[in-house]
Design a protein around this ligand. Sequence first.
Ligand SMILES: NC(=O)c1ccc[n+]([C@@H]2O[C@H](COP(=O)([O-])OP(=O)(O)OC[C@H]3O[C@@H](n4cnc5c(N)ncnc54)[C@H](OP(=O)(O)O)[C@@H]3O)[C@@H](O)[C@H]2O)c1
Length: 305
Amino acid sequence: MITVLFAAPSLWPEYTEALPAALTGAGLSARIVTETTDPASVDYIVYAPSAPLQDFTPYSGTKAVLSLWAGVERIVGNATLTQPLCRMVDPALTEGMVEWVTGHALRHHLGMDRHIVNPDHIWDPTCPPLARERPVAMLGMGALGSACAAALRAINFPVTGWSRTPKAGCLHGEAGLETVLKDAQIVVTLLPKTPDTENLLRASTLALLPRGAVILNPGRGALIDDADLLAALNSGQVGHATLDVFRSEPLPKDHPFWSHPNVTVTPHIAADTRPASAARVIAENIRRGEAGEPFLHLVDRSRGY
Ligand SMILES: NC(=O)c1ccc[n+]([C@@H]2O[C@H](COP(=O)([O-])OP(=O)(O)OC[C@H]3O[C@@H](n4cnc5c(N)ncnc54)[C@H](OP(=O)(O)O)[C@@H]3O)[C@@H](O)[C@H]2O)c1
């Protein structure tokens, strides 16, 4: 029987049924514990950033650490973690992100706000352009970015992707970023937080955008320089920013994003890990570990995601 340490006690109530069911469904016989006095006996650790566990050294027999979160910036540099680290790629989480990105892109594309809040009852029959006339930049074309790009393309938005490595239909590198931003009326940031992506959107890159472009950031707060974004919003260079993630969360009550008329704050809800499907992803990785098969969604520590 294998031992699974569920190291995120605050999340355990959501997984008490889902994780045992998923492990059984994967044909595994497992003992799940939420704490242990015998760390060397733990085969797998289920981890979330809220987990008190920070020192992985005593877990000498652990075959993998399985993150419940897609973003792993808070654990990837942990020097005590020498075991394989897998991140969460959950179909339901992806579905949630597709809905958030599509919904917010359509809000701005259709100019919904001026019809929803119209206290002076102004009859303005200006029609929005078609989606096919509204270029979108998808910064990050991984599990989430590529799914969001596909959904936006399905309703005719011309989406140009940008990633770290070359791939079909996608730009990369500094020159690629310049090209993708110069055209984009909507920019979606779905990059991980790494030393290379921090402050990717700053004064110099925001200046490349067509005036009035909209930014949707469900990636990580650190991808954008807050002060530069506020300056670009104040000058009209950026028309609106819809932000789900922040350098400090919850976003402090006195942060200027809350009161800026052209900023929408959503409280890190773009895409939640859903226990039922996430438990199946965890169980599949444990099954693979036990069968000697390669783990899914393995994090490359050297690149940081
Ligand atoms: N707001 C929320 O609720 C929420 C929920 C889940 C995740 N997230 C965030 O979304 C992020 C993306 O998730 P994912 O599952 O799509 O990650 P992923 O599959 O690892 O994809 C990351 C993408 O970013 C690209 N990238 C990484 N570093 C880059 C760089 N320096 N320059 C250009 N492109 C770079 C990668 O390029 P390559 O393809 O070339 O490797 C890849 O296309 C997560 O890291 C997390 O921060 C937010």
